[in-house]
Design a protein around this ligand. Sequence first.
Ligand SMILES: [Ca+2]
Ligand SMILES: [Ca+2]
Length: 404
Amino acid sequence: MIKRICWSFLLAGLLLLPLAATAQDEEAEDVVTRHENPPDTAAFEIVTFAEGFSTPLLATHAGDGSGRVFVVEQSGRIWIVDADGQRLDAPFIDLSHEVSQDVTVRYSERGLLGLAFHPQYAENGLFYVNYTDQVAGTTRIVEYSVSADDPDSADLASARDILAISQPYTNHNGGYMAFGHDGYLYISVGDGGAGNDPLAVGQDPADLLGTIIRIDVDNQDDDSAYAVPPDNPYIENDALAPEVWAWGLRNVWRFSFDTATGDLYLADVGQSAREEVNFQPADSAGGENYGWPAYEGSLRHIGPEPMTDVVLPVIEYDHSVGCSITGGYVYRGEAIPALDGYYLFSDWCSGRLWAGYRTSEDVWRFDQIANLPVQVSSFGQDEAGEVYIIGYNTGEILRFAPAD
Ligand SMILES: [Ca+2]
Ligand SMILES: [Ca+2]
């Protein structure tokens, strides 16, 4: 039970020319969004791409055409890996003097948890980190800039505090961040911690804990380092938090946007019964209540009936096959056509690799496609859409390669 508790916690523009519009439509028609069967597991193998990292938990890219992969270590360093898997000698940034250091290979939920590059990084050099600090474990979202004279080194002095969220417990700090196709920054904020949501934040969209928030880092409201997008769901409701995009979430450790469609996949770590994936279509207006703690997966859990309709997960599994979901990405790379359009995800405890997909009849399925030899803390994605698997305990970054 102790093991269970510890591990579970880880766990268009208006002026488009008609010609351009036509080209876009044709491209959209080619996007694979439905499958009737699981992917052909004989089409790929899983190989080591890079190694030698200490408790890595993310791999991402800058979107600048450089082909570099940025690997996040929980204790505060971000490393650059070139296209051949070679790590540069010096870290891109070292925040180990700022972030919580209670990191062990067995695991903690604190530390440097998230990294997102600005959609215009190539022009403005801005990126965002999400970590728990050394002072009180407070969640901090901070903007940094790349150095003016070195594309492989960040400017520590450029720090701009965006947002701080007090953390009542050490676990359930969420931490993942990504920019949506709308240019806004989405941030996972866990329910704060402990078990059974003791502060009753899950069903309270007036509280940032237990939500996904959506903010505009390119503008600033009065007395704020960011602006609230004008179409956020609760911007007109003074009783609720305007930053909240979706709520009723326990600890979305990892979420991702399908790079081809903009659909959002939220993998919410369950408590002791169900692990789940929630699907939010790209045209969502926000405001979804994903149920926690009134529901764990599709099971009724604790507390009063929710005040709004609950959106149930499209994929869920019980603890006979895992204990803490590790959300991944929809594969949109070129290397393995057989994986195109499948949502790849895993579990911290079991290392099963699953492919999730929706059939032509709108039925969601998922099938195990591999047994991973590492403890999967996260997945990663590069600029070409290739997906990486992060081995927390081995310090490895794995990738998919065509089978021989
Ligand atoms: Ca916490
Ligand atoms: Ca849920």
